[in-house]
Structures are given as structure tokens and as C-alpha cells.
Design a protein around this ligand. Structure first.
Ligand SMILES: [Zn+2]
Length: 149
């Protein structure tokens, strides 16, 4: 298991580097050299933190692409925002797909994704959640309540 965890970690590192590489040249082009370097470092750290969190908590990290984009968008000029959003979505999407494969293959501690709801009998629901959701079709109303709260 430990070897798998290390393998997963290095894969996540690759994904975070790939995201960083795809957007680093778009970072505020008119800033001075020093603040550009600082921005690059911040963006890289944000990518890595997102991937680490995703690897640790893949089932409960909802919309990681949006979370990362919110974290880093201020480092990019308005004209590059759409491109950055797209690159982040693609890169994080690839990482999420990879993690989901690992989960389905039983490689991660979390096992197969399960609906987060509790049944009327007080047992955890055993059904498979909807894609990119925490709840199964019968419990999907709970997701909406949570988002609204
Ligand atoms: Zn359910």
C-alpha cells in the first residue's frame, strides 16, 4: 500500500507540473521580473496543494478545478483568464479521472465511491454517487441543500 501511495503521489506531482507548465507563461506579463517569479512560485504551490488535497481526499473535494482557478486567477491578466480556466479544467480533470480509476481499481484507501447519505435505518447508503457528485440519484436533493447552505 505504501508503494502505491508513493506512486500516486508522484503521478499527482506530474499532473500539477503539467498544469503549471500550461499556464506559467500567461502569468502577468507586464509585472517586473521579481514579482513575476513570486507569482510563478505561488501558482506552482497552489497547483501542488490542489493535487495533494485531491490525492488525500478525492471523494470529498468537490470542484477542485474551480477551487484552483479561484486561488490563482489573480496572477493572470484579464485577457488570459479564459485560457487559464480552460487549462486548469483540463489538467485537473485529467488528474480526477486518474484518481477515479485508481479508486475503482481499489488502489486507494477510500475503496469505491459511496453515496454520503444515511438511510432511514441509520446505515450509510451503499449506492454509487452520480458522476462528480457526493450522492446517489435518490439522495441528490441533499447535495443541493448543502450547496445552498
Ligand atoms: Zn444514496
Amino acid at each position: 500500500m505504501e508503494e502505491r501511495a508513493l506512486q500516486l503521489q508522484s503521478c499527482m506531482y506530474q499532473y500539477s507540473r503539467a498544469i503549471y507548465r500550461s499556464i506559467k507563461d500567461l502569468i502577468e506579463p507586464y509585472a517586473d521580473h521579481r514579482s513575476q517569479l513570486e507569482s510563478r512560485r505561488d501558482v506552482l504551490v497552489a497547483c501542488e496543494q490542489t493535487m495533494e488535497r485531491l490525492a488525500k481526499d478525492p471523494l470529498y473535494f468537490s470542484k477542485p478545478d474551480r477551487a484552483l482557478f479561484q486561488d490563482i486567477r489573480r496572477y493572470f491578466p484579464i485577457t488570459a483568464q479564459a485560457q487559464v480556466a480552460w487549462a486548469v479544467q483540463e489538467g485537473v480533470g485529467a488528474a480526477v479521472a486518474f484518481i477515479e480509476e485508481q479508486i475503482e481499481a481499489g488502489a486507494l484507501d477510500g475503496g469505491i465511491a459511496r453515496c454520503r447519505a444515511t438511510t432511514r435505518k441509520g446505515k450509510p447508503c451503499q449506492r454509487t454517487p452520480l458522476p462528480e457528485r457526493d450522492y446517489c440519484p435518490s439522495h441528490q436533493h441533499l447535495e443541493r441543500t448543502r450547496v445552498a447552505a
